[in-house]
Ligand binder design. Sequence first.
Ligand SMILES: Cc1cc2nc3c(=O)[nH]c(=O)nc-3n(C[C@H](O)[C@H](O)[C@H](O)COP(=O)(O)OP(=O)(O)OC[C@H]3O[C@@H](n4cnc5c(N)ncnc54)[C@H](O)[C@@H]3O)c2cc1C
Ligand code: FES
Length: 256
Amino acid sequence: MSAPVRSWGRVLETRQAAGDTFWIEVDCPRIAAQARPGQFVMLGTGLGDVAAPFLPRPFSIGAREADGRLGFLVRVFGAGTRRLSAVNPGDELLILGPLGRSFSLPADRPIVCLAGGVGLAPFLFVGADARLEKRDVRIVYGERTGDRVFDPELIRRITGVEPDLRTEDGSLGRRGLVIDDLDLDDQPQLLACGPDPMLRACADLALRHGLPLQVSVEEHMGCGVGTCQGCVVLSAAGEWIKSCTEGPVFDARELA
Ligand SMILES: Cc1cc2nc3c(=O)[nH]c(=O)nc-3n(C[C@H](O)[C@H](O)[C@H](O)COP(=O)(O)OP(=O)(O)OC[C@H]3O[C@@H](n4cnc5c(N)ncnc54)[C@H](O)[C@@H]3O)c2cc1C
Ligand code: FES
């Protein structure tokens, strides 16, 4: 894996993709050239941003185009994501990446992505790459309510995949969870990204069906490069491991 790069990237396009969720495209060829699906970057506006200085935050790489463009899904949680959601074309973002371990996709199985909330982001990249390689990929995407659903038309544009939408209140797509009523007869490779309870449910599902599962965890991260210890997760062997450098993608059997 090549070394991460710190680079300024110019914002090319932003759009609101759901009530509190934005899609931001940035010109950043040096990082785009190395990025692999499942990796993330630390994204910030730099300490010179007098409007709202904040430490860079981790974001999955949601898209990588041949022209050097990167795409990020940003959902507003606090001050940092609120500031990022307000950037405009022409603004510069400070980007460190690509970071972490990517998904490892076996050639002999179809791929089923199980996405909860902002856990959709890495699967936009997985879907687009799989389409280029003519791989069979399905994206099952769940949110609590319909107003949080990332624009399905944009998902189709980025990935070429028709998402299988689920909402807990049934206001958009099928009512239910991403693990409900799945057709797994073709023995797919499962990939999952979302909140911890969802990842546990996906691990149970994989065990019940004897299917391989890789999960991408979303622990809080201070540095993204292995120095602050802010991102540790418990391994199956009972050891604390850093999700920024050992993950964020793990074989589910590696984790407690
Ligand atoms: C590897 C990785 C990839 C990610 N990819 C994306 C992405 O593609 N799109 C996206 O919108 N978000 C993503 N996130 C989450 C994103 O990094 C956080 O939402 C962001 O750091 C919050 O910053 P803030 O300054 O807005 O909020 P803060 O002020 O830092 O926090 C606001 C609130 O959110 C809570 N919070 C912050 N981070 C997390 C977290 N990781 N998990 C649970 N609660 C949290 C805080 O405890 C606090 O209550 C990712 C996180 C990781 C670790
Ligand atoms: S985020 Fe600092 S060690 Fe992982």
